[in-house]
Design a protein around this ligand. Structure first.
Ligand code: BGC
Length: 447
């Protein structure tokens, strides 16, 4: 047996998001978000599920934090629901909403768990959507005000901020692929939204810096990897476009102050381009303190004429798959981190999400989920490999602490280290919980 050792100050954590766990959709003065309306449209969500109750963490946060404490978490990544704070997206702060997050954060701090806060994990206040949502430039300033209010309210308590979770999902999945709220299918809308998100991110960073708030700020794109199937240049180019869709499109503007040419050309071939106003690229091009990276899957890729946006075909037969049918490709995590290091330098990185869907159920009071353990173990190994090769990884947050509302798939996909019975809301730590607990307390992993 050999072991890999993580640095003593490595931030082992776990993550959740407001709409996926909180419930209490109409309590504490909360306004509606696009997910409240989207889930009410028949056919949008599997089994007609919604997040009205979810894990009920709004009421059970103390129980959740007790679980985190038992797990030995050093960091808890959660998101704030914008419509709890500003029920209409702007205007007066809803004190009850703010109080909830103060209770949560205070309880985390009292248990020596570092709060790692995401400002936007997909739940735009519905009122802003009624005015065009992220397609409307005015949403940028509404976000900047919301961000500023949160920095002020939690100054000194929350030291780690991420502006956006997975801007690719908010733009391309929600506005082009169309299976997340608000569920549009238009490439130009998606490219426009992506641009507005990045400007909004930049505005929040500017405000954070100018006001001298205590702490660090970053953003959390989701990335993937496609390894060329052969040495043919067209395979490499198609894979590059696919990776560029998630990596360069969302990171070049931040680190280089410009969009990548090869991707501008790829979108222009489909009649889409960002509407860049004077000053936008300077706003986006702000140094960040860290990057949050969400990684789940990847595969080989091969050029295929006229196939989709990027003329790419995924070659993923023979891969093991999770219960979400996503191919398991831990090496992709290593490869994408090395690619990012080469392009952007040794930026501090937190893996803000990594995890797997397995729907193991309770038997004899236990939940045995060996495949999740194997998934996490393999990804931690690749992460460690990247660290040995110079990637500045500071922490790792498993997705997710709890089984929760998995967006369009409702409650049918379980990602948690803790099983949630959605009828009784009872929490049961899975085997992966105890495995992760040991990794955290040892600070090392057997290979
Ligand atoms: C999202 C999570 C989601 C997870 C699994 C990520 O795309 O940030 O909210 O539950 O992946 O699909």
């Amino acid at each position: 047996m050999s072991i890999i050792q993580f640095p003593a100050d490595f931030c082992f954590g776990a993550a959740t998001a407001a709409y996926q766990v909180e419930g209490a959709w109409n309590e504490g003065g909360r306004g509606l978000s696009i997910w409240d309306t989207y889930t009410r449209v028949p056919g949008n969500i599997r089994n007609g599920d919604n997040g009205d109750t979810a894990c009920d963490s709004y009421h059970r946060y103390e129980e959740d934090i007790a679980c985190m404490k038992e797990l030995g978490l050093r960091t808890y990544r959660f998101s704030i629901s914008w419509s709890r704070i500003f029920p209409d997206g702007a205007g007066e702060i809803n004190q009850e909403g703010l109080d909830y997050y103060h209770r949560l954060v205070d309880q985390l701090i009292a248990n020596s768990i570092e709060p790692f806060c995401t400002l936007y994990h997909w739940d735009l206040p519905q009122k802003l959507q009624d005015n065009g949502g992220w397609k409307n430039r005015e949403t940028i300033e509404a976000f900047a005000k919301y961000a500023e209010a949160m920095f002020e309210a939690f100054n000194g308590k929350i030291k780690y901020w991420t502006t956006f979770n997975e801007p690719w999902c908010v733009s391309f999945k929600a506005h082009y692929i169309g299976d997340l709220a608000p569920g549009e299918q238009n490439l130009q809308s998606a490219v426009g939204v992506a641009h507005h998100l990045m400007v909004a991110h930049g505005r929040a960073v500017q405000i954070f810096r100018k006001s001298g708030f205590d702490g660090q700020i970053g953003y959390a794109p989701n990335v993937s990897w496609r390894e060329p199937y052969s040495s043919r240049p067209e395979d490499a180019e198609a894979c590059r476009r696919r990776v560029g869709w998630m990596v360069e499109w969302f990171l070049d503007p931040i680190f280089k102050g410009e969009y990548p040419d090869f991707m501008l050309r790829a979108f222009e071939a489909h009649g889409a381009k960002p509407d860049i106003r004077p000053g936008d690229m300077e706003i986006i091009h702000q140094p960040v303190d860290f990057l949050g990276i969400n990684y789940y899957t990847g595969s080989l890729g091969r050029y295929k004429q006229d196939n989709g946006l990027f003329e790419l075909e995924d070659i993923d037969e023979g891969y093991e798959r999770t219960d979400f049918n996503w191919p398991i490709y831990p090496e992709g995590l290593y490869k994408v981190l090395m690619h990012m290091k080469q392009r952007y330098g040794a930026v501090p990185i937190y893996i803000t999400e990594n995890g797997a869907c397995y729907n193991d159920e309770k038997a004899d009071g236990k939940v045995r989920d060996p495949k999740r353990i194997e998934y996490l173990r393999k990804h931690l190994l690749q992460l460690n490999r990247a660290m040995e090769d110079g990637v500045a990884v500071k922490g790792y947050m498993a997705w997710s602490l709890l089984d929760n509302f998995e967006w369009a798939d409702g409650y049918s996909r379980r990602f948690g280290l803790i099983h949630v019975d959605f009828a009784t809301l009872e929490r049961t730590p899975k085997e992966s919980f105890f495995w992760y607990k040991k990794v955290i307390s040892n600070g090392w992993l057997e290979v």
